[in-house]
Design a protein around this ligand. Structure first.
Ligand code: G4P
Length: 287
């Protein structure tokens, strides 16, 4: 479900997360590995108030592995611990409790030196809608936890989920809003399916994605849709539209007069892109 974020929602979402901060030791911030900055909440540092944080680049199965490695380095340089995961299959998920524990190692050591037996690390998952929060919670829990729902403002009694003996997780994730100011961020989020198409024009989203893919992942695009030559000048919209038309013809999106139905072609292309049919790709890189 895509949320319409209004200032009231944002304030409430922020307050709900901040209310939980006193209960937890570590925040697990979920980002989409294909677009870590665009899928990041713009106020995250202010919201989390220096709480130890593990950055989890989720959906790494869909992202370009070389670019994901660059992102892990980027976050390290920013002073964070970042790891990659694929919550849908569980790859990387088993490392989470240990990494979370490492983040509060000093606190644990202090407790041990005082003769206190440390309890399990308490964690909260936060992230924008569709980034994989529920999937990850279910994966960590090893079972299906009641639907958490992307409904800011809807609260329910929260419970701790045991993840082995090392970690306890709040069953309700913190839902954050994405960045809205930059239109390219919106296009990246829409191209990957993080926000629903209705918010932006489907042809504009496909145009943005195709232009990007022509530049960075031409071979994947060409092979998937059996295309000819890459447009020479990507700043000329005609070249990108010609690629969209070629994709439409390939998928039989022809209307009367032999014209290509660009709206239909755009929808098909984006569905295939999101389903990983064009192979792995990243929508932004740190360098
Ligand atoms: P949310 O709670 O943050 O809103 O996200 P949620 O877990 O509902 O996940 C959103 C979509 O992303 C789901 O797909 C889910 O299966 C998929 N997903 C989550 N993590 C990963 C991952 O690491 N890799 C891949 N490839 N997909 C992931 P969906 O199509 O909306 O639902 P479904 O068809 O899986 O039921």
């Amino acid at each position: 479900m895509t949320i319409q974020w209004f200032p009231g929602h944002m304030t409430r979402a922020r307050r709900q997360i901040q209310e939980k901060l006193s209960l937890i030791d570590v925040v697990i911030e979920l980002l989409d590995a294909r677009l870590p900055l665009s899928s990041r909440n713009p106020m995250i540092d202010e919201i989390l108030l220096n709480k130890p944080r593990l950055i989890l680049l989720n959906k790494s199965d869909l992202a370009d592995p070389a670019v994901t490695r660059e992102w892990v380095d980027y976050f390290k340089r920013e002073g964070h611990t970042a790891i990659t995961a694929d919550a849908s299959t569980g790859q990387g998920v088993k490392d989470i409790p240990l990494k979370a524990k490492e983040l509060i190692k000093e606190k644990i050591d202090r407790q041990i030196s005082k003769g206190i037996r440390p309890r399990a690390v308490r964690a909260l998952i936060v992230g924008i809608p569709n980034v994989g929060k529920s999937t990850l919670i279910n994966r960590l829990a090893g079972r299906s936890i009641a639907a958490t729902g992307d409904r800011p403002g809807v609260t329910k009694g929260q419970q701790w989920i045991k993840v082995g003996t090392e970690m306890e997780l709040l069953d309700t994730p913190g839902i954050l809003w994405p960045k809205f100011e930059d239109q390219n961020v919106g296009y990246r989020l829409a191209a990957t399916g993080a926000i629903k198409e209705e918010i932006l024009n489907v042809e504009d989203i496909a145009f943005f994605a195709i232009k990007y893919l022509c530049q960075y992942y031409w071979t994947q695009l060409q092979e998937r849709f059996d295309l000819g030559e890459r447009p020479e000048d990507l700043e000329n919209p005609d070249g990108v539209v010609a690629v969209m038309e070629a994709i439409g013809r390939k998928r039989g999106c022809i209307v009367s007069g032999g014209r290509v139905d660009l709206e239909k072609a755009s929808g098909i292309m984006l569905r295939e892109l999101r389903a990983g049919k064009l192979g792995r790709f990243s929508m932004e890189s740190p360098y």
